[in-house]
Write a protein that binds this ligand. Structure first.
Ligand code: APR
Length: 238
């Protein structure tokens, strides 16, 4: 039935692993001001505040209680068993897709596990929390590593590769994203324009819901295993 799948994931797919989303009740953006912790200006103004925000999220991700959930595992199984292309484009900066076994994966908003040299743009797997002593090894004098996270006002990563995949896909899935932040929120329009089937999995109808041909309401951990079974069996999705 399908040959090329693109899956967009958002914070909702990690919610069942115990990681807060941004815009749900008691979400991250209710506890922190975006302009203080997720903009270049905020980092310029107060790097310590931003470092603490990301160090706290790194520490949470390292907890034994935070593991990939059934939704992450279902997408890794889809990549393994699907006879075609399957690319996961995640807006999430956690590493739960990798830990679930996904390899065809793009982190369009960056990764908590990495730091970036502000001078050269080179990224480093972090060995220690962000701070004045956590510096690059590519510059002299060494520069303080910043979070390898795409902040508001910055360009998401690998956009050309993402649009290329969207134009060629025949199935576009959006899992656990509120559809409020561009360019990710516009991906469904590209997929529809190129006649792909588009399916959204979300707890509640998200803002761009009307642009999806099919909407599955419920928890990703519950709905994705069955959806992946149907895709692998070549069964109609609706
Ligand atoms: N199963 C499915 N969907 C869920 C679940 C779940 N268990 N829990 C929450 N959701 C849905 C919510 O209904 C909501 O639509 O996940 C979505 C989470 O939305 P946001 O918190 O806005 O997260 P996201 O869409 O990933 O945000 C996009 O905004 O702040 C920036 O860079 C940040 O990458 C983030 C981007």
């Amino acid at each position: 039935m399908y040959r090329r799948i693109v899956v967009l994931t958002g914070a909702g797919i990690s919610a069942e692993s115990g990681i807060q989303t941004f815009r749900d009740q008691d979400g991250l953006w209710e506890q922190h001001h975006i302009e203080d912790v997720a903009t270049p200006e905020g980092y310029e103004r107060n790097p310590e505040l931003v470092e603490t925000f990301y160090n706290d999220r790194r520490a949470q991700l390292a907890l034994d209680t935070v593991q990939p959930n059934a939704a992450h595992l279902a997408l890794a199984r889809l990549e393994r068993e699907f006879n075609g292309d399957c690319l996961v484009v995640t807006q999430n900066i956690d590493n739960l897709h990798e830990r679930a076994g996904s390899h065809q994966l793009i982190h369009m908003h960056g990764e908590l596990a990495k730091g970036r040299c502000p001078g050269s743009g080179q990224t480093f797997m972090l060995q220690a929390p962000f701070g004045p002593d956590n510096v690059c090894t590519c510059c002299l004098p060494a520069e303080r590593l910043r979070p390898h996270v795409v902040w508001f006002g910055e360009m998401p990563l690998e956009m050309e590769r993402i649009y290329d995949a969207l134009e060629r896909c025949d199935l576009f899935l959006a899992i656990g994203t509120s559809g409020t932040v561009y360019p990710a929120a516009g991906f469904v329009e590209v997929a529809n324009h190129y006649s792909a089937h588009s399916v959204e999995v979300n707890l509640a109808p998200a803002s761009g819901q009307s642009q999806f041909q099919y909407h599955m309401t419920g928890r990703a951990g519950e709905l994705l295993p069955k959806l992946v079974d149907n895709i692998l069996a070549g069964a109609p999705l609706w």
